[in-house]
Design a binder for this molecule. Structure first.
Ligand SMILES: [Zn+2]
Length: 495
């Protein structure tokens, strides 16, 4: 605070009013002593602030237009007019299954069969956009020409899916009549096609490890200099992919069953641990679907997507949990990016040999503990002498647990794709392996990260994981060995 450093006698600190910032202040508000409620006096201090009076008036009017009537904190199943839209989770046809409706718009609020909001955590930005007046809450999306360019067809395996809506990419077609009737049903999955270009794969191409075939891997266009002239430098390669973005849609009884807890305990924990954000988790036991405010997953498909369901075709898979520090910014404290690139290359090679490759990228940063916890753990590790025997203990000391990813929901994506068996699993995680095999999809072979691709500072992570039960084709590591695996110290990090 710059203002507080000034001596009070010579220069009084600037008040919010002097800076023109409309900060509500109950004590300084002229309406505070007139017996009005705190809420009214807060509005009053906004309205009496000269620099914002016009906006404040408009905001009050707009709030009444956007949200007429009193605040509706919760609803109950026996309230007048409440009649959830028919929905039978797991039904084999769209008509019986029914659309997921979680909209609070007037035409949908009484027939909602889902709690929460679309777009996961981005629903908060939607709220901001509506409050700022840039988005109309009743904006009707135009889904013309947004249908998937590649097909993920109905599979009997869809009955296994409880953590997202397997019909999510087909909403505009299979629930057309509901949309036409004015119901606010929205796609929760979108599928598209793209070329991806990664500098590591350009390097692999230059080394001759990845070859251009004109189908999966294409030569990039020639590079140009600032004058627009083509330069004689290898432009590298691009990879054709199909990709699908999936947002979470939880069928609560199914999710509870997957974790072997009661639905009521799951509802209570979700209500309490989200700061009481979703009271209807408690008051509306008749609504079985919840769209949680969390990240979803993205599926990348290499090769023909129809091979995913074809048991005669070889399938290579990596299930990757987000690590922004490594995946995007190249941090060398872990093996995430090298592993992801290695998996993409294996997927490409499988597709080029007549099979299909899949990478599923989950938004579960830092083992779903989040990046703040992750960096705190890094500090503890580096200050404590970074050795593999203390790797998981460090996480537990801060987060209370070593992992919150709970892989039990992860195989849903594979069942949605119609995957029946996995030939090559590019992962060392025993938790991922157990979840997939336990869900009824056999894994024929596992691949660990080749030794030469492991960054030196991430040796601590890899050895700790192998000792804890992660798969390794070459190594056995004991607790005694772990003490000897050490990473870069705090001081060395600066060099
Ligand atoms: Zn990582």
């Amino acid at each position: 605070m710059v203002a507080s450093k000034r001596p009070m006698s010579t220069s009084p600190p600037e008040t919010p009013e002097r800076r023109g910032i409309p900060i509500p202040s109950v004590s300084s508000s002229p309406t505070a002593s007139t017996g009005q409620s705190i809420a009214e006096s807060l509005v009053g201090s906004f309205a009496t602030n000269a620099s914002s009076s016009v906006t404040a008036q408009t905001d009050k009017e707009r709030e009444r237009t956007l949200y007429p009537g009193r605040v509706n904190l919760t609803t109950y199943p026996d309230q007048h007019g409440i009649k959830p839209h028919q929905m039978v989770w797991g039904a084999p046809d769209a008509a019986t299954r029914g659309a997921i409706i979680c909209s609070r718009l007037p035409g949908s609020i009484k027939v909602r069969n889902a709690l929460g909001a679309h777009s996961g955590s981005y629903s908060i930005y939607r709220a901001l956009s509506i409050a700022m007046g840039s988005l109309s809450p009743s904006h009707k999306p135009d889904y013309n020409m947004t249908d998937p360019p590649i097909e993920i067809p109905f599979s009997t395996q869809w009955k296994n899916v409880v953590s997202f809506d397997p019909w999510g990419h087909l909403v505009p077609s299979v629930f057309r009549s509901d949309l036409d009737a004015g119901l606010d049903a929205r796609p929760s999955i979108a599928i598209t096609r793209a070329h991806i270009k990664l500098s590591e794969i350009d390097e692999s191409h230059r080394r001759g490890d990845i070859v251009v075939d004109g189908t999966v891997v294409h030569k990039s266009r020639p590079l140009k200099d600032e004058n627009g002239n083509e330069v004689d430098y290898d432009p590298g390669v691009e990879i054709s992919v199909g990709k699908a973005a999936i947002e979470p849609v939880w069928y609560l009884p199914g999710v509870a069953e997957r974790f072997q807890i009661s639905e009521s305990l799951l509802r209570r924990a979700l209500f309490e641990e989200t700061g009481g954000m979703y009271p209807e988790l408690i008051t509306r036991p008749d609504i079985k679907v919840f769209l949680p405010p969390i990240g979803g997953q993205t599926v990348y498909i290499f090769g023909p997507q129809e091979y995913l369901q074809d048991e005669t075709k070889t399938l290579t898979l990596r299930v990757h949990d987000e690590c922004n520090g490594s995946d995007v910014f190249g941090s060398d404290i872990c093996t995430c990016k090298p592993y992801l690139i290695y998996a993409i290359e294996e997927c490409i090679r499988t597709a080029q040999k007549g099979g299909v490759g899949v990478v599923v990228y989950f938004r579960k940063e830092g083992r779903a503990l989040g990046e703040v916890t992750k960096y705190l753990v890094y500090n503890l590790r580096k200050r404590g002498g970074d050795s593999a025997d203390r790797y998981f203990k460090s996480t537990e000391m801060i987060a209370g647990v070593k992992d919150m990813r709970f892989q039990a929901l992860m195989p849903d994506t594979l069942h949605w794709l119609g995957v029946k068996k996995i030939d090559n699993m590019v992962s060392m995680s025993d938790m991922k392996y157990d979840a997939i095999v336990g869900s009824g999809i056999p894994i024929l072979k596992r691949y660990d990260l080749p030794e030469h691709l492991i960054p030196p500072d991430s040796r601590v992570e890899i050895d700790a994981k192998i000792a804890a039960g992660y798969f390794s084709s070459t190594k056995t590591i004991t607790e005694a060995d772990l003490v000897k695996t050490v990473g870069r110290t705090w001081e060395e990090t600066e060099h």
